[in-house]
Write a protein that binds this ligand. Sequence first.
Ligand code: GMT
Length: 378
Amino acid sequence: MATARPLKIGITCYPSVGGSGILASELGEELAQRGHEIHFISYEAPFRMPAGPNVFFHPVQVNSYDLFKYPDYTLPLSVKMAEVSRAHRLDVLHVHYAVPHATAAILARAMLHEEHRLRIITTLHGTDTTLLGRDPGYGPAIRHALEHSDAITTVSEFMRGETVRLLGVQRPIEVIHNFFAPHPPGRSRAEVRRELGLADGEALLLHISNLRPLKRLDLLLQTVAQLPANTAFKLVVLAGGDPAPLLAEAARLGLAGRLLVRERVSDVEDFLQAADAGLFTSETESFCLSILELMSFGCPSASFAVGGIPEVTRSGDTGLLVPFGDTAALAQAVGTLLTDPVRRAALGRAAQQRAGEHFSAAVVVPRYEALYRRVCGI
Ligand code: GMT
């Protein structure tokens, strides 16, 4: 039987630290390992962009002009998308996060006319629907780009529902959950804990995020402040944004001694394997990749049950979820994770198993490959 030919796939994402860029980079890495040719198109190489003989990066150059009050990225991006698609005969352009990537892709396809039939897949990741989808200055453009994409995917059922509700999209939307394919940690658990200055018996409570307002770091600190004073732990925050306000607020609450912040961490697996529990306090999350990352290392998290999080982790089975805003209940959940090693281990084992069964590269990446082949008819 003839084997299907490898595909030429363009990927556009935000290159900075953030779940959609991380997912897109890991997808590119997995697809390249499966023999496909991957072309990343963005203003910078993605934060976790893989290296390899069949991985290419095409930077988008944005020039600045005095006549513009606001620099424009959409047009140079669309020109680069068309150029790369034409030069490399891309089968598919897979854009992660609709704004402005999906609109630029539709424009690129229009610029190619009949000379090259480019298929566009748009994956919605979160605030491209839940925040910008509500904005009258963006909503109609997002809806237009979705209606003209060859396929739309969302990273959770929650996101699919929000996309229909907020944008009125009538076309089929396929839910393809996120995956995580951990790289082997570079350092041992003991080395990481030593580097962080953790004492023997002190638990590591991990929070990973870009620190934007919707992560509700006020509630994170309020939760930590409610833990009994004799709980031995440090809160380690891997920050993808400016940590100054968090540090200031922690100092104000007398929590400075509890908090350790690390910025632009690329060896995330080192910290994931060293963590005892995760803590997340977002007011919304389409998925929450960080909870999955911790699950992959057998580490349970405590979180508010918002957005797509209950699709990722099952409360009482693979983690602990409480209603949004109830910091007392969340503190109690975190306290259980930090002080009950038997419960923590049981939740962690179930979390790792769930991550492997539902959210591994082996399960998820073939679904994207099947989608690419379906829209291309090959
Ligand atoms: O939509 C965003 O806020 C940005 C995006 C990102 O780039 O980090 O985050 C979203 O995508 C991630 C990957 O699919 C999800 O794990 C996050 O839950 C989601 N963020 C929100 O929904 C707030």
